[in-house]
Design a protein around this ligand. Structure first.
Ligand code: 1GP
Length: 228
């Protein structure tokens, strides 16, 4: 299993978005700790395989965050399995996991599986709409969700997901408190070194996604802000 516990910075690449070879090289050789491959819509076996094989030209660790059972591609270093702890649609809690185990159960190397308690904090994110995520009403509630993930379900990771919007540091801090010794990922709306540093001061690992496709240099500047 990949040792994500030492990760401070990651880039998340979406198989449904195009990235040219030069930009991909810059991302993979940026000094980031790892690449997460994942997305909400349009993720297929073929586009995931294609992206993985291109990333594999580089030494950087690569993990797949599974969001579609049709797009489980062998060959990643590890597999992140999200459990959406504030899913409002109960179908999203364990139904996909049961289907996945029925289909792939005998092929799974359990040492390569990393489970994340996924807390969707931006109601406008695609994944919030897909899972009908319940909104987080207060910092106390955010802390309680993180405790559900780590103290009740004993998950090793809490991932605070603000995908597409920069998050509220008070909410992320509350998750930090609730997550206690568990590993805290933060992702969402990081576009500047200052934002990267601010969230990296709270979370163990920050995840930088969309800005890669809008402003590559801004994306690259987040690495030194965290690891510099
Ligand atoms: C998305 O958490 C990641 O799953 C990163 O968010 O794309 O907004 O950077 P952004």
């Amino acid at each position: 299993m990949i040792d994500y516990r030492g990760w401070r910075h990651t880039f998340k690449l979406d198989p449904d978005k195009s990235i040219d070879d030069e930009a991909l090289e810059a991302i993979c050789e940026s000094g980031t700790d790892g690449i997460i491959v994942g997305g909400t819509y349009g993720v297929t076996f073929d586009n995931t395989l294609e992206l993985m094989s291109r990333i594999r030209r580089y030494a950087v660790p690569a993990v797949l965050e599974i969001s579609s059972l049709d797009a489980v591609v062998p060959g990643f270093d590890s597999y992140l399995i999200p459990l959406v702890i504030n899913a409002g649609d109960p179908e999203w809690i364990f139904t996909p996991h049961v289907s996945g185990l029925k289909t792939y159960g005998s092929y799974i190397h359990w040492d390569d599986i990393i489970t994340e308690g996924y807390l969707i904090a931006n109601p406008d994110a695609g994944v919030a709409q897909l899972t009908k995520a319940r909104s987080i009403e207060s910092a106390a509630e955010a802390k309680a969700y993180a405790q559900v993930a780590t103290k009740i379900c004993r998950l090793p990771i809490v991932y605070v997901e603000y995908s597409g919007a920069y998050g509220d540091p008070a909410i992320v801090r509350a998750c930090r408190a609730g997550a206690d010794e568990a590993h805290l990922f933060y992702g969402g709306g990081i576009r500047t070194p200052e934002q990267a540093a601010e969230m990296a001061a709270i979370a163990d690992t920050i995840v930088v996604g969309n800005v890669i496709y809008d402003d590559l240099q801004a994306a690259l500047s987040t690495v030194a802000a965290v690891k510099g």
